[in-house]
Design a binder for this molecule. Sequence first.
Ligand code: HEC
Length: 170
Amino acid sequence: MIKFLPLRASRIALLPLLTLAACSSEPEAADLPYGTVQQMMANEVQPTTDIYWGAVRFESRLEPDGSVVEEEFEPRTDADWAKLVEAARKLQGFARDLQSEGYAKGRGDDWPVFANALEEVSKKAEQAALDQDPDAVFEVGGTVYNVCSACHQMYPPAQLEAATGDARST
Ligand code: HEC
C-alpha cells in the first residue's frame, strides 16, 4: 500500500493542472458557430449592422457648380423595410450567441451585460423597422453604435478605428 502513495499523491496533484489546461484550451468549433469573436464581428455583426445603419442616412454631395446637395435616404418599399427587420433580428441572434458559453468563456462579468445590451437595443431596432419609422431607425442606430463601442472599449479590437469610427461616418 505504502508504495502506491507517491503515485496517488502525484495523480492528485496533476488533476487540477489538467483541469486548468482543459479550461484554457480553445472552445470547440461547435460552440462557436461563427468562428472566433473576431471572425463573427467581421463577417456577420458588422455587415448586418451596416445594413441597418445604411438604411436611413444623409449624404452631402458637391455639385460641379460648387453647390452642396443634401440627400436623405430612407427605406421606401415594404421589401426595403423587411430587410431592416431581418437585419435587426439577425443582430439579436448574434447578441444571444455572444452570451453563449462558447463566446462568453474567459471574458469578464461585464461581457454578458454588453451582449445583452446589444440584444435589447436590437429589439428596439426591430420595432423601429416594423413601425417603418425612419427617425426611430436613425436614432436607435445611434444607440446601437454606443452599445458596440461600450464593449469595444473594454475589449478593444485590433483596429478599433476601422471597426467603429468609419462605419458611422459614411
Ligand atoms: C460583447 C462585446 C461586443 C459587442 C457588444 C460588440 N463587439 Fe465587436 N468586437 C468585440 C471584440 C472582443 C472584438 C475583438 C475581436 C478580436 O480582435 O479578437 C470585436 C471586434 C469587432 C470588429 C473588428 C473585427 C476585425 O476584423 O478585427 C468589428 C468590425 C466589430 N467588432 C463590430 C461590431 C459592431 C458593429 C457591433 C455592434 C453592432 C459590435 N462589434 C458589438 C466585442 C463586441
